[in-house]
Design a protein around this ligand. Sequence first.
Ligand code: HCA
Ligand code: CU
Length: 387
Amino acid sequence: MPFDHYSIIESTLREGEQFSTATFTTAQKLDIAGLLDDFGVEMIEMTSPCASPQSAADIQAVVNAGLKARILTHIRCKKEDAEQALATGVHGVDVVIGTSPRLMQHSHGKSIRQIIDTALEVLGYIREQAPNIILRFSTEDSFRSRESDLLRVYLAVADTGLVNRLGIADTVGVALPTRVYEIVRQLVRLTGLDVEFHGHNDSGCAIANACAALEAGATHIDTTILGIGERNGITPLGGLIARLYTINKAYVAKYNLPMLPVLDQLIADTCQIEIPFNNYITGSSAFMHKAGIHAKAVLADPETYESINPSDFGLTREIVIGHRLTGWNAVRSRAQQLGLTLTDEVLQALTRVIKERADTQPMTLAEIDALLHDAHLTPDPESVGAD
Ligand code: HCA
Ligand code: CU
């Protein structure tokens, strides 16, 4: 089964650091890495040591924290970068080089032949220096590269036996799930190596693309907390978890799910952003039920209108009552929560009052509770809601 054996490469401390408002201190990086480790991600990718002296020191600090997760760093396909990466004592190195015509022209100026030569030299150097290191080679902007170029490069690298994993990147978020499936499938079939997918979310397909990659046999998916990264980011950790959970809970059982809200809130606070209201699992409305018909069914059996059980993530559902779409089952449930016994007649009369008032302005829960308490004291259907 494609979802039984996959690992998350959590890149909040690399791709995530490329988000507009993200600059993590050493303490914050240790905190984030520690919580990701508690959550159970298999690998944590960190900013290149070449970025700044602090970035190099931070890799060492996180490696020294002795987490279960393997610590990776991410470098350009250059020997100088490789030397600095190896000096940090990191467990794995992710090497990347652009293969799209634009990046070949404007980023490094190399032809495909030169890309292959450079890759073999740099990968060979890393393997020679660190025989046991986890080594990955990836092309950048893979989905705007010519397919024949991609395959030439990947096959040349795979043939050397130097790398543990090949990476494929939808750098500007243009790939469709069907295309991701095709390319990943080819790579898996042709090389037999582990395959990693890194997908940006510019056009909203990052989660679907990650899922398609796994269906095609990819073994590793890159995520960041809340999906932060360049521009509008990459596959969010919580979104990937939601996607796999709804296929089969067993696929995410290896992770400590109640940690997810903690991670999302931590990154929102650290980057001074809000968790979007419609975020997977942790958005404020993710487990809110409103229409009377929905509320009635959810009260009888939450699975009628929920594909995700909030309690698996340490969260609770909420039935919103004070609006014109409300229903008397929801009002009765609130009365029961408050320990108030009211007749069906009174509850139905109260529901009419709520609908009428909410036609002008939605009511707060406190206002509804006051109505229910009053009705409990004077349970006359004729006079409920009278001021
Ligand atoms: C970037 C590089 C990268 C690399 C992905 C990878 C991308 O543009 O910053 O190494 O797998 O999106 O191509 O993040
Ligand atoms: Cu990226």
